[in-house]
Design a protein around this ligand. Sequence first.
Ligand SMILES: Nc1ncnc2c1ncn2[C@@H]1O[C@H](COP(=O)(O)OP(=O)(O)O)[C@@H](O)[C@H]1O
Ligand SMILES: [Mg+2]
Length: 229
Amino acid sequence: MRDQRIVEIRNLSKSYQRGGQIVPVLSDITLDIASGEFVALMGPSGSGKSTLLNLIAGIDKPDGGMLRVAGIDIAELSESELADWRAEHVGFIFQFYNLMPVLTAFENVELPLLLTRLTSGERKSHVETALAMVSLSDRMEHYPSELSGGQQQRVAIARAIITDPTILVADEPTGDLDRASAEDILNLMDRLNAELGKTIIMVTHDPNAARRARSLRHLEKGVLTADRS
Ligand SMILES: Nc1ncnc2c1ncn2[C@@H]1O[C@H](COP(=O)(O)OP(=O)(O)O)[C@@H](O)[C@H]1O
Ligand SMILES: [Mg+2]
């Protein structure tokens, strides 16, 4: 799988309707991401980074163009097909973690597995492995409010990888963290990519975070520009 294109985007466009006005956000985006890549997507605030990431993750739908992930034209899927596809193929890491406050770390990570056929014993062993990977074996019964920001983001990463998704997408994953916690998160993403071969697409405007990726794409007012790879 390593050299295969996992994301293929051709002439993708997206605009939003607001108060009768059409606001163009992305125009004519063409982008390939290979399996096993760790890509940083940079650009100023408002340039459309989150919009593009949400399209790739099947959270939002494009107006035009082709969007293929792991060989599937996801723009062609119905809402319910897209929801199933997302559950199977995408792990999402958010800036503000998005953990369920009433669930423990263990329960948060277990949540995506409740949609699978795994038994509770199998789920338990998967969750314990994922939480060990993010060095939180000693915090499994803690609630999000009892964890630091960096620890909450590590729980969110464990939740994102628990179903072994095809792609991991992260929107400003270090945006709310202090420098040391941000480093922990970036080290973890680096390991997921280097050791487990996870394909990672990370939106960031932090140059320190972007440096850790293996390739860089730049968005400027909805258009992809410079490219380091
Ligand atoms: N749901 C929405 N409705 C209307 N406009 C939106 C919506 N989401 C984003 N936008 C607009 O699209 C542009 C790009 O937003 P976004 O993708 O969030 O940028 P970035 O993540 O690079 O900061 C912004 O001008 C924003 O106001
Ligand atoms: Mg954004």
